[in-house]
Design a protein around this ligand. Sequence first.
Ligand SMILES: [Zn+2]
Length: 453
Amino acid sequence: MADASGPVPPMTPPAAPLRRKLIAGGCTLLLLPLVPGLARAATIVAVRTWPADEYTRVTLEMDTELKAEHFTLDNPHRLVVDIEGVQLSAAINDLVSKIRPNDPYISAVRVGQNRPNVVRLVFDLKQDVAPQVFTLKPIGEYKYRLVLDLYPKIAQDPLMALLKDTENDPLAGILESLAQGGPSEAPIPSVEGQKLPPTARKPPEGAPPPPRTAPGPRPGRPILVALDPGHGGEDPGAIGKRGTREKDIVLQIALRLKKLIDAQPGMRAYLTRDRDYFVPLNVRVQKARRVQADLFISIHADAWIKPTARGSSVWALSQHGATSSAARWLAKKENDADLIGGVNLGAHNAQVAKVLLDLSTGAQINDSIRVGTQVLKEIGKINKLHKNRIERAGFAVLKAPDIPSILIETAFISNPQEEQLLRTPAHQQRIAHAVLSGIQDYFSAHPALARRG
Ligand SMILES: [Zn+2]
């Protein structure tokens, strides 16, 4: 209990306005006995942290749904979370050691029994945050979860991240002018769906101000390929017999593919996640749109109840139902990522509905089938194909109305031989090469598509 011995923070009345939010765990709470003697203290079974540039997630997993209250304090910045109905335990004290020194948002956490039955967590922050605190019902391997998402007050702009990534790159100037005059000014939505302002964009020092281009094609701009490694963070995706997690394999393949793409003249790749953290499906789409990607490629590894199922497949969006019941099953499984990874679903659905509303044309789907066909052909040279043609289903992540989008199931992680292949760096590299060849074939056959207006 050494970690809890630290003082529970002084609760001097804050001068700054205090934001207090109550998260009730739903109506089941009302059924809990109010007599303290009868109330069983909940047990925190695990705590996890997922630091990333964009946000840090702290997850407390427990055997009962709990009530939590949170508020922020300034000077210095702190987030205080009171969890009702729990006692201090080894698992919750463990949280202190889970905060990594390089966490972008949290410098330290203190845990204490604030009142009988109330545990107080105090996060000392490196910057002002807009916290989102919500609960998730049991799903998959998880019991009840209390999720604390620490977002920066000003959302990170993916275009700026792309620029940072291309420093000392001859294409940086082109990307810079894209960032300055880009027509797609939709800010990245936070998980709650509220719009956060894009960060200010400063031209590099000493550089002449880049011309503000009207929305339209920018000659000479690189082809931007958004790579979307599926799952991440709380959501492991499919898991193989040997414990191989889809989220790790697809990130490896995406990182390899990014390297290959970035080495091509006039091509750049952008990753919707570059580490092990969870990104909601609609945010993946929004990120790709924000950088005005010319192509969106979601990378996955399949699973099926029968270990004999094998082979690669490539998918495009279907607006009118899946091509088969297996396709429907797969799309549901991939779309369930949000439930497992954990998003505040109430507000999230509004975003998905909006993206769907925008989908007024089948042009995206036609282009997706074209690029998918090329990619499938190339993958067929290095692995058995599950189906010889593009399959269709309602994957949420393929719903950008203006970007050709495909989802690649690289292989069946549930098939022992293919699991072994997916674990092999050489095979991961072969997949990356095949996808690159497919992309190149597509853009050389349809050069106009790389210069969308
Ligand atoms: Zn997947």
